[in-house]
Design a protein around this ligand. Structure first.
Ligand SMILES: [Zn+2]
Length: 314
């Protein structure tokens, strides 16, 4: 079965540990070419996340990450950069794995919309507005003042609306989420977030937020971060699937997939310790869902979203 995964932090790991080789099976890399290959992952989103260890992230840091992505991950003939709809179809018809380049948190742009467009020229196709804290555009979910967008952030939304770029609300504050809902009309994603009703963590989505994402034809990528699945450990795959059942019960059967957060986590769900183990989810899902539903959750829903929201050309 084919798989699309909406979020991982492998670039950040390769940035911090240049000795790691994406094309070898490495214990330290949850996501590596051999593991994606083994699992049947057809498209993997790779986020550029400025870890907290970089105190004042700059555009130059971002360029270094873009460089790592092109030199160490998006290497032909194995990996193809997904820039547009046609790339999705090309990857499907070949042995290649597609790589979607994404940004997690706008901090390093410091309000510079020229830099934002340059990132788009470099292949970035999805933008996570914040990480956990405030930046120049908006507040993240862990920012104590619980604010929404700044004036500059609202101007950014206007720009994002004109660009063919996907907006990602994972990590965004609740107030920010609803301001975005008012000021931005396109479908958006939560690339790696779970259901608040099943696990009351601020990173998770309320039912109202899930309904809003469904209403605007968005996508929710359920994530494998154990403490976003359940506050007791160890956490099992069946507990993760309760989040999926809930999104389906809210009418989101066509709007749910997975965004593992592999390489951004230091604890794992039992049986989901790395990207090579996606079979364990497929087996668990197959007990309650039909084959075509399982195919949709792992692949088809993300595929449809990308085919509707990636640029046609470019
Ligand atoms: Zn994240």
């Amino acid at each position: 079965m084919k798989i699309i995964d909406g979020h991982c932090d492998a670039i950040t790991k390769l940035f911090a540990s240049p000795e790691l080789d994406f094309f070898q099976e490495e214990k330290e890399l949850d996501v590596s070419y051999p593991r994606l290959q083994r699992a049947g992952v057809k498209i993997q989103a790779f986020a550029m996340y400025m870890s907290e260890s970089i105190k004042n992230p700059t555009f130059d840091h971002l360029l270094q990450m873009v460089d790592i992505f092109y030199r160490k991950i998006a290497v032909a003939p194995h990996i193809r950069l997904i820039r547009n709809r046609n790339d999705v179809l090309q990857v499907e018809a070949s042995n290649e794995i597609g790589a979607l380049l994404t940004l997690e948190g706008l901090d390093a742009l410091h309000g510079n919309l020229t830099h934002l467009r340059v990132l788009q020229y470099l292949g970035v196709r999805s933008i996570g507005l914040t990480w956990n804290y405030a930046n120049w555009a908006a507040d993240g979910v862990m920012e104590p003042r619980k604010g929404g967008f700044t004036l500059k952030g609202k101007m950014l939304l206007k720009e994002l609306e004109k660009m063919d770029i996907i907006t990602d609300v994972s990590h965004l504050s609740v107030k920010g989420f609803w301001e975005l809902a008012e000021n931005y009309s396109k479908p958006c994603i939560a690339s790696h977030s779970n259901v608040f009703k099943h696990c009351a963590h601020p990173r998770n989505l309320s039912d109202d937020q899930i309904l809003e994402l469904i209403r605007r034809n968005g996508l929710i990528g359920l994530t494998f971060v154990p403490f976003f699945v359940d506050d007791r450990s160890p956490v099992t795959i069946n507990q993760l699937l309760k989040h999926l059942d809930h999104v389906c019960a809210l009418g989101g059967e066509q709007h749910v997939g997975f965004g593992s957060d592999f390489d951004g986590i230091e604890q794992w769900i039992t049986g989901l310790e790395h990207a090579g183990l996606y079979d364990n989810i497929i087996n668990a899902l197959s007990k309650t869902y039909t084959e075509s539903q399982v195919e949709r959750f792992l692949y088809g829903n993300w595929r449809n979203f990308l085919l509707s929201n990636l640029p046609e050309g470019m």
